[in-house]
Design a protein around this ligand. Sequence first.
Ligand SMILES: Nc1ncnc2c1ncn2[C@@H]1O[C@H](COP(=O)(O)OP(=O)(O)OP(=O)(O)O)[C@@H](O)[C@H]1O
Length: 518
Amino acid sequence: MTGVPILKLDRITKTFPGVVANENVSFEVGQGEIHALLGENGAGKSTLVKMIYGVQKPDSGEMSFMGEPFAPSKPSEARAKGIGMVFQHFLLFEALTVYENIVLGLSAAEAKTGDLRQRIIDVSTTYGLKVDPDRLVGTLSVGERQRIEIVRCLLSEPKLLIMDEPTSVLTPQEVSVLFQTLRRLASEGCSILYISHKLEEIRALCSKATVLRGGKLVGSCDPRQETAKSLAEMMIGATLNKPERELPEPGEIRLKVQELFMESEEQFGVDLENITMAVRAGEILGIAGVAGNGQTELMEALIGERACRFGRQIQLDGADIGMAGPRERRAMGMCFAPEERLGHAAVPGMALWENTLLSAGKTNDLARGGLISLFNANRFATKVVDDLKVKTASVKSAARSLSGGNLQKFIMGREIMQSPKVLIASQPTWGVDAGAAAAIHGILIDLAKSGAAVVIISQDLDELFTISTRISVIAGGYLFPSQPTEELTVEKLGLAMGGRAKEIEAAKHAANAEPAGV
Ligand SMILES: Nc1ncnc2c1ncn2[C@@H]1O[C@H](COP(=O)(O)OP(=O)(O)OP(=O)(O)O)[C@@H](O)[C@H]1O
């Protein structure tokens, strides 16, 4: 580290009712340093960066920025000092252009300086972040949308850029472009505070890491000198065991989808084009793809939120279920864990035990004849919390009070513990730390071993390679025929995920070649 640190935290403490999110955390970020903030779910990373960005205030402790005392009470104050933040979920309007979105995100003073359109073009060219100011955001891929957020931050020439899990939505090729941009920014003196659960990426990118556990700082290191395993073990304070994917020979087809065409109901949605697949008992089919390529629409069709035209387009153990709704499908032995945890997979304001009723009410005898069994619901919720090691004050806590990763663990546990015949999960370990991800992967493998057919829709290729028996790519609403995991490489998948029109067209024409296993 050279000279005065750009950011210094001194004994920062922040508590929420029943939880100490950060306790006496002190560390420094040097100028031009790419600094990782690591920790398991609920360790306090987001709370800490929210205080730096002025979204929350510490209860005690001090911060200084460029040698001056610093206590932002709102994000605009942090931005005025030179701090930019790219959030995990982008705050963009789909029906507006890139230019309009950028203007909306800037303060009046920032928006007025110079010719903004030209500055957008200059910044995007300088940093290799191609954006077209006149494109509608709704027509852009997730990777392109992230570029807008980064360009928006760079327009105010930040001295510190905070990034919260920036790569979870990118293809491997996009990740390498992002890393080039970040390295260039760092070489120009901009510091980067980088939160991610992807430890190999941390090793490739960051020169310093601060590790939090249970809200406390437990160590710092140079991640380049560590392995992903040693970093994970520093985070969890225990030895990490990777799950083994040894599955029996596949059995009968449990889930079959054939010739499924479905027009999207959303303005910028993706139409499903001739989806055909079959998943057997004991198999885990991974569906790779960049977000926005039909995954949401496929999930809606698979879980019955949108009915198919014909019942036979989706079959469960040979029975036509294409026209059945989610409840009927659940009653027949399917379970689902959709991607959006708050609002879709769980009701934010409801307690955890109440959230079990949403999906496990019937299957696990939590409610019968309109009467809720408080005892059974509490017991089931407590078992999910204990088995998945969900960090929460109690099962009476509201879903929204859990950290993102902990809520994800709870939802996955709630579904898996119903012992479904078919489980369909989207992004099962999104934002989940290495220890918990290994636990969820282990349970998914056990579920398949017990004879379930499992479908995992994920953008995380490491995850798909760890657990899937076969992998397909979805691009432009078309599902490429699946291939055994052993025959695939990250590069091959990454190219297909890029959704290159020519290849998709070629594959569509060759589509009478049925996916393996059908
Ligand atoms: N607004 C809030 N109300 C109550 N508790 C909260 C609130 N925000 C965070 N917490 C709690 O503070 C702790 C730290 O959460 P935080 O979101 O900072 O963790 P994290 O390290 O970012 O986790 P993840 O990797 O899962 O995102 C958690 O126990 C969480 O439940």
